[in-house]
Every structure is written in structure tokens, then in C-alpha cells.
Design a protein around this ligand. Structure first.
Ligand code: MG
Length: 453
């Protein structure tokens, strides 16, 4: 791999991302098929892709690589990332691994690869490192006997696994009116069916043409304006937005307000703790402090981890937690499977609305107020990122309450600031949360000036 391509690929625990075909080429994807096939011990590997137009050819490249190593490949077609976790965990635990061709919430021009181990979860840092060793040392194994390719549909069974964990009758009885912005992603194919199974009337936004995104597909408030307007126009009970591979979810309340993706894990957690079972919760360091607020009275423990789904999942397993996730709209409910899942998120939130018999804006209003700002700062020179972080560490250490597990998190009495390099893009992420907008904005400008200075 030449240096230009190496620099254009982002490699992290979330997998591999790059612009197609400038950096993420068919050849690289084929090579990762061989690498993963050489690394993973299972005989069977499931493969699927999101709706991106480069998805079909890249999926064929990865399949060819896997077959070369003697793996039997099961092609699930276009499918949500969480379906991959579910099919491995529920049907083939320890007997199959998986690969999803997706760049998740990244813009249109990107594609990528997510790797699932035989546990049905993403490769963790250590596993990813061992697989990349195979890649860089070119320690591939080509089999004399190529593997066998078959095809399978699993989405209906995946949805059944979700339905059986919630009170479907209670949700159906409410006949919720729901608008979903699927942003031409995998949700464009499956979400209407899923919600009709819960008795909802469904309006889909941005359904066609698959893979050509009408807007930046990251479910951030600035990308949800059309959803908000449509929720009001349709007199809907709630609006949802899914990212293109359907692991992240954002919401809009019935009055058009955009509480944003942080509220997703908060509402899902309340549903589980108030109506399912009490137990521990795991969220990452960047998730809203509202989680501690809503769980305090219930006397359950909250664990915080480094960013990255697999870090949250491993902590959930270790602590036997009943729910977990990431503030970026990722809900993990182990009764379905150990992975972020926007369909699970929708089901739990609709269930909570059904049980509470209140509208979403009222439920949100009754909770303490927090204001969060999420910024990305592009850094052209990657080496500069470490230098900037080192300077900030020196400035805050000693005088502030600081957590250095993942980047730098500064915790103050009325809010917090979390600064870290992104694993998937050449940017520094700065998240601030305060008890009101002024506090959050003050913290943001204070630390942005440190970043640029
Ligand atoms: Mg995603």
C-alpha cells in the first residue's frame, strides 16, 4: 500500500474508512478479505453492505478474498449493521464471524469495512491489532480449496428478535404516527416494515434513490430540519432519523423540537429501568451527564468507558449491565444482541411513550436540563493532533478534575469538556456539556482557543 493511500484510510476499532475509489480501492478491500479470512478461526463468515453505490462491488471484493482463504461466505445482501451482530449472536455464536461494507454516518463519497468476531461484536483493539499485523506482514493464507458462497435473508428473524423483547401489543394499541428520515440508507428498505410491525403509521423521508444521500447522513440536529418540519406537518407523535447502516438514531419530538441523539440513550435507559428491570448501565465518556441524573434515584451503577461500541459492549458483559450505549444515538440492549441498534432504539422509545401515555415533549420537559455542543475541528497534519492534545493536557493537569482514559475529559461542577482525536476521520472532536447554553458556549470557546493556540 503506498503512503498516499495509507494516509487516506482511517483505521480504528470501528474498522476501516476511506473515500472510494481514491483511497479505499477494490484491491484493498479484496486484500482485507484475505487478511480477515487468514486471521479469523471460524469456517463461516457472514457479509452484507449498506446502500452506498460502491457497496455491491466492494462486497464482491471482500467475498472473493474470503473465499480464497477457504471460508464459506453467507451473503445477507443489503442489511443493517446491527442485523450482523444479531445473526452471529443468535444463530451462530462462536461458529461464524462477519464483515459489513459500510462507512456508517460518513458522507456519500466514503465507504468502509466493519469487522465482527465470532462473538457477534466488533473486533476490539487487541483483535484489530492482531488482524492488522496479518495485513502489514502480508501473512496471508490462500487455501487450495476455495470456500462456498451462499445467500440468506435474515431481516424478518432479526426484527422478530426485537419484537419479542418489548410490549408489542401496548405499542400497537397506540397506533403511533411516525416520520423517519432514512437518508437513502438501509432504513429506506426495511424501516417501514419494522414500524408497521409495531402498528405505526409511517411516513418515510429520503427513501429514493438508495445510496444517494439527500443530505449529510450523520444524524446531527443540523441535518434534521426537514424531519422536524415534516413531523409538524404530519402531526406525528415522533420523528426518527437513522444513519445509513442503522446503528445510530436521533429523534424529533411531536412539537418539532430536536432534542437530538443524546436523548435516545436517556429515553431507552428510562424504559428499561422503569418498565423492564433494574441493573447497571454502561455509556462512553462523551455521553450526557443526564444518565447519572436519571439513574441516581434508582440506585443503579453507571460505568463509563472509552469511545467505541466494542469498549461499551465489553464493559456491559463484564458488569452484567442491563442497557448501555453511546450518546451519539447508539442503544445497546443485550436481550436482543450486544451492539448499537437503531431499530432497538425505536422500539424501546415507542414502548416508553406507550407506557407513559404522555407526549415526548412533556417527558423531556420533566427531566433536568443539559445543553451539549459537539464540534469537529479539521486538522490537516495528523502529527499536529498529538502536539495540540499534549499542550492541553499540560495546561489542565493539576488544576482541574481530569480523566485521561480517552483523550482529555475535564469535569467541572456545572459541566464537562471532552477533547479527543476521532478514530474515523482526520479531525479533533470537542464535546462540551453544561447545565445551560451559556456554560456550554463558554467552555467551547475557552477550549477552542486552546486548540488553535
Ligand atoms: Mg452507523
Amino acid at each position: 500500500m503506498n503512503d498516499k493511500i495509507k494516509n487516506g484510510l482511517q483505521i480504528s476499532v470501528s474498522g476501516i474508512r476511506g473515500i472510494y475509489p481514491d483511497f479505499l480501492t477494490s484491491e484493498i478491500v479484496f486484500n482485507f478479505g484475505i487478511v480477515f479470512g487468514s486471521y479469523i478461526r471460524t469456517k463461516k463468515v457472514f457479509v452484507c453492505s449498506d446502500t452506498r453505490t460502491s457497496g455491491k462491488s466492494l462486497k464482491d471484493s471482500i467475498i472473493t478474498g474470503l473465499l480464497c482463504t477457504g471460508k464459506d461466505v453467507v451473503d445477507l445482501g443489503i442489511a443493517p449493521t446491527p442485523e450482523m451482530g444479531c445473526v452471529i449472536e443468535k444463530e451462530e455464536m462462536t461458529r461464524a464471524a462477519g464483515i459489513v461494507i459500510t462507512a456508517s454516518h460518513n458522507p456519500q463519497e466514503y465507504n468502509g469495512i466493519k469487522f465482527f468476531s465470532e462473538k457477534g461484536t466488533f473486533l476490539n483493539t487487541e483483535e484489530m491489532k492482531r488482524m492488522l499485523d496479518v495485513y502489514y506482514k502480508r501473512a496471508f493464507t490462500i487455501s487450495k480449496e476455495p470456500g462456498f458462497l451462499s445467500f440468506m435473508e435474515y431481516t424478518d428473524k432479526y426484527f422478530s428478535n426485537i419484537y419479542r423483547t418489548v410490549d408489542v401489543e401496548r405499542i400497537r394499541a397506540k397506533k403511533f404516527n411516525v416520520v423517519v428520515d432514512v437518508c437513502q440508507g438501509v432504513g429506506a428498505i426495511f424501516t417501514e416494515k419494522f414500524l408497521k410491525g409495531l402498528g405505526c403509521d409511517v411516513v418515510l423521508l429520503n427513501k429514493e434513490p438508495p445510496g444517494i444521500f439527500a443530505h449529510n447522513p450523520e444524524p446531527l440536529p443540523e441535518n434534521l430540519v426537514e424531519l422536524s418540519e415534516t413531523v409538524i406537518k404530519e402531526k406525528a407523535d415522533i420523528g426518527f432519523a437513522q444513519d445509513p447502516d442503522c446503528d445510530r438514531l436521533a429523534i424529533v419530538s411531536e412539537d418539532g423540537n430536536i432534542p437530538g441523539e443524546e436523548m435516545v440513550i436517556v429515553l431507552a435507559t428510562r424504559d428499561i429501568l422503569e418498565y423492564h428491570k433494574k441493573g447497571g448501565i454502561v455509556v462512553n465518556l462523551s455521553t450526557t451527564a443526564l444518565i447519572e441524573e436519571i439513574t441516581r434515584a434508582l440506585c443503579v451503577s453507571v460505568h463509563r468507558t472509552k469511545i467505541g461500541e466494542v469498549n461499551v459492549v465489553e464493559k456491559m458483559k463484564e458488569t452484567g449491565s442491563v442497557i448501555g450505549g453511546e450518546g451519539n444515538g447508539g442503544v445497546i440492549f443485550p436481550d436482543v444482541h450486544y451492539g448499537r441498534d437503531s431499530f432497538v432504539g425505536m422500539a424501546l422509545i415507542l414502548e416508553y411513550l406507550a407506557y407513559r401515555e404522555k407526549c415526548l415533549s412533556e417527558i423531556i420537559d420533566e427531566m433536568p436540563k443539559y445543553f451539549m455542543i459537539k464540534k469537529k475541528i479539521s486538522i490537516s497534519d495528523r502529527q499536529k493532533v498529538e502536539e495540540i492534545l499534549k499542550n492541553i493536557r499540560e495546561k489542565v493537569s493539576g488544576s482541574e478534575k481530569v480523566n485521561l482514559e480517552d483523550g482529555i475529559k475535564i469535569i467541572r461542577t456545572d459541566g464537562w469538556v471532552h477533547i479527543r482525536p476521532s478514530g474515523t476521520e482526520p479531525v479533533i472532536r470537542i464535546y462540551v456539556e453544561g447545565k445551560n447554553k451559556n456554560v456550554a458556549e463558554r467552555y467551547l470557546s475557552e477550549f477552542i482557543s486552546l486548540l488553535s493556540g
